[in-house]
Design a protein around this ligand. Structure first.
Ligand code: SF4
Length: 725
């Protein structure tokens, strides 16, 4: 254990500081609660939740210098006065036992020693210099989940270093969708749920994914009688607000959409005027859809042809106040080999409905624009010219993938191939949240330099040469951001619990100084924040007191599409130029169940954010109380296999064999087995949730889809057999 390697004085200091700040630890005892419940005054400080990407506005109630509780900000568009269970629990991260309390250096397998910041910066700078001298910046990458503060600081540092490979987490999430929309409509439009009459969700689960406001929006639409069709192999909790659940064979949503387009065109239910004005390639598209009848799609999707006709007619007759919701990762698109083309079809069906820019259809946002630093006083580094080491933008690899997203989950493989030599990871846990963890951890460890900056220990941090500890959300002020027609900002609610942790701007600025790149960081975080809010007439003091400040919404932009043709590309020339199908065609998924196997699908549970939440003691308790880590299998299939609810089964794929209990249910397609995605932590330094439940990524090979590079996380079949206790 790393604690054994602490210099004694440092260890005692750290322990004393922690004890003073945390008291009994991260779960309050009744005695502690009673003490906190004394009549001490409460201060309410505005902050933003960071337990998921929705970043809801919250008030942190502080009592006796400790966090007492949190409540949702009413003016914040994501929270609208409410927070989810993860938000309420996640704020206790400040006091979590799994915090990284010092800069750490790996000295052996699962063996770290604390070092000073000075040592960490100096050694990282020296090792990076060596990589740059030997290999150039082409083999250096950086991966993160872009949030306002890190999206400003880290890419600036990487650009100063000369690296072009700046990646977000999206290849494990929505890259297939984002690439499809970029080349079809020029960007993503979102469904106008409040005004729509007929909406089809393809696997997207507003109730368990992301923010309280999206769940509330779905509930409100349902209450007023909107036709809400949820297509999903699993009856998720989104079906609470659905007029109809349409179970579908996993990975076949593309076939459904091809057939919907076929009916809209064949029955003249599409918007000819819109298509003539705003689309290119309709003739080729129409020809391409000709044979995809509902009868054909029925055999592929396992949805009755009559249901497919009904969906197509429901959409067509209610247009333009009808739509296919834009999707996310979901149990469909980004998880399969046909994902990018599936999302191209979502965009094209919405085009047939002529719903872009119309009430109840698909709308492009026009958020207020934040300002930026004076470039003369604070010159930014030049745009790097280095070749990317993830293949993005490179002919023959991933020429059409989003350069601002990249292909994060393939970097360990690239490291093993010698194509990447140094990597920086900021608060994403690829080694647990992407497929094939053994390969991922081996690959990260093969790098000459691997640096992880995070708040708590993770499977990825365990692979790093250096781990840099950031303060938690409640302990720091960040850069502002816009949400709807408002500006919002996280402010520090409490003092740092661990004195050796730092806010990110400090870490990056100091690291840049040690790398000789300090000239690109000649400002404070406060300077950047003030420059950002200035054009909107908001001050940092406003944000520090109100949290979220409404601003004038810019007028809606006239309809337009940011593609090469400036229209919706039903036939996409860029796809043709790179050897991809310019009009979507049916492509089967790789994974196909037979009578002895299941396609392993996964999805979110509302109280967990990926795998990070299961290491939260409160949320772990929820999981345990509800027996929620179980694998769902269909009741008919279970009966044939002699499996009963609660039985222990062995799940196997070529990658892994694991044991888990089953939930036998009618709520999942017979060919699918559903495993909730938030379990199976394995990092040895974690004190909570390790080894509880199993994770779908253990069973799935690590690959990249051909067009956008997304991780195809449900392209795996598994066998299941009952075993003894
Ligand atoms: S949805 Fe929940 S976890 Fe996500 S930001 Fe909002 S309160 Fe936090």
């Amino acid at each position: 254990m790393w604690a054994n390697k602490f210099p004694r004085r440092t260890f005692l200091k750290a322990t004393a500081a922690t004890a003073a700040a945390v008291g009994a630890g991260d779960v309050f005892s009744l005695g502690e609660w009673m003490k906190q419940a004394s009549a001490a005054p409460v201060t309410k400080i505005p902050s933003l939740c960071e337990t998921c990407s929705a970043a809801c506005g919250m008030w942190v109630h502080v009592k006796n210098g400790r966090i007492w509780k949190v409540t949702g900000q009413k003016d914040h568009g994501q929270s609208k006065g409410k927070l989810c269970a993860r938000g309420h629990a996640g704020i206790a991260q400040a006091y979590h036992k799994d915090r990284i309390t010092h800069p750490m250096k790996r000295v052996g397998e699962n063996d770290f020693v604390p070092i000073t910041w000075e040592q960490a910066y100096s050694e990282i700078a020296a090792k990076l210099k060596k990589v740059l001298q030997e290999h150039g910046p082409d083999k250096v990458f950086f991966s993160h989940n872009p949030r306002p503060t890190n999206a400003f600081y880290w890419p600036r540092l990487m650009a100063a270093v000369g690296s072009s490979t700046i990646q977000s987490h999206h290849s494990m999430c929505s890259t297939g969708r984002d690439v499809a929309y970029k080349w079809t409509t020029g960007g993503m439009a979102t469904a106008d749920l409040g005004n729509t009459k007929y909406i089809v969700f393809l696997g997207r689960n507003y109730v368990e994914g992301l923010s309280p406001s999206s769940a509330a929006g779905m509930e409100a639409a349902y209450a007023k009688g909107t036709n809400i069709i949820v297509v999903d192999p699993r009856h998720s909790n989104a079906c609470l607000f659905a007029t109809e659940w349409v179970p579908i064979r996993p990975g076949t949503d593309l076939a459904l959409l091809l057939a919907v387009a076929n009916v809209l065109i064949a029955e003249n239910l599409y918007d000819k005027e819109f298509v003539d004005e705003w689309c290119v390639g309709f003739d080729e598209f129409k020809k391409g859809m000709k044979d995809y009848t509902p009868e054909w799609a029925s055999s592929v999707t396992d949805i009755p042809a009559a249901t497919i006709y009904a969906i197509a007619r429901g959409l067509g007759k209610n247009r333009p106040a009808s739509c296919i919701e834009q999707g996310y990762k979901a149990p469909n698109g980004c998880n399969y080999a046909n994902g990018t083309q599936m999302f191209r079809m979502v965009a094209c069906v919405n085009a047939l409905l002529g719903n872009y820019g119309k009430a109840g259809g698909m709308k492009f946002g026009n958020p207020p624009k934040l300002g930026s630093l004076d470039a003369k006083k604070h010159p930014a580094p030049p745009k790097p010219k280095a070749k990317r080491c993830d293949g993005v933008g490179i002919k023959g690899e991933f020429p059409l993938c989003q350069p601002n997203q990249g292909i994060v989950h393939m970097m360990p493989q690239r490291a093993l191939e010698g194509k990447a030599k140094a990597g920086f990871l900021y608060r994403i846990n690829v080694a647990r949240n992407a497929p094939q963890p053994e390969l991922l951890t081996k690959g990260y460890k093969a790098l000459d330099l691997f640096v992880v900056c995070d708040i708590k220990w993770s499977e990825s941090a365990m692979c790093a040469h250096y781990v840099l500890p950031e303060c938690s959300a409640a302990e720091r002020e960040d850069l502002p951001t816009v949400v709807g027609a408002a500006v919002t900002m996280r402010t520090a609610a409490i003092d740092v619990v661990h004195s050796e942790t730092k806010p990110l701007p400090e870490i990056v600025t100091e690291l840049a100084g040690h790398m000789g790149l300090g000239k690109y960081f000649n400002f404070t975080r406060e300077d950047v924040a003030a420059a950002m809010v200035k054009p909107l007439g908001v001050t940092l003091e406003d944000l520090r007191t109100k949290g979220t400040v409404k601003v004038k919404a810019p007028a809606a932009k006239p309809l337009g599409f940011n593609t090469k043709s400036k229209k919706i590309e039903m036939y996409c020339q860029a796809f043709a130029d790179h050897g991809y199908k310019p009009v979507p065609e049916w492509e089967p998924p790789y994974a196909k169940a037979d009578k002895n196997s299941f396609v392993l699908i996964h999805g979110k549970q509302g109280f967990l954010s990926h795998t990070t939440s299961i290491s939260d003691p409160y949320l772990l308790a929820v999981a345990k109380r509800g027996d929620l880590e179980r694998l769902w299998i269909n009741a008919d299939r279970a009966k044939k296999m002699g499996i009963r609810d609660g039985d222990l089964v062995e799940v196997s794929s070529p990658q892994a064999t694991r044991k888990v209990r089953v939930k036998v249910t009618e709520r999942v397609h017979p060919e699918a087995a559903y495993l909730p995605a938030g379990y199976g932590r394995f990092a040895p330094f974690l004190k909570t949730g390790v080894g509880y439940g199993i994770n779908p990524n253990d069973f799935t090979p690590c690959r990249a889809e051909a067009i956008s590079g997304h991780a195809m996380m449900m392209e795996v079949t598994v066998t299941i057999r009952k075993v003894g206790e």
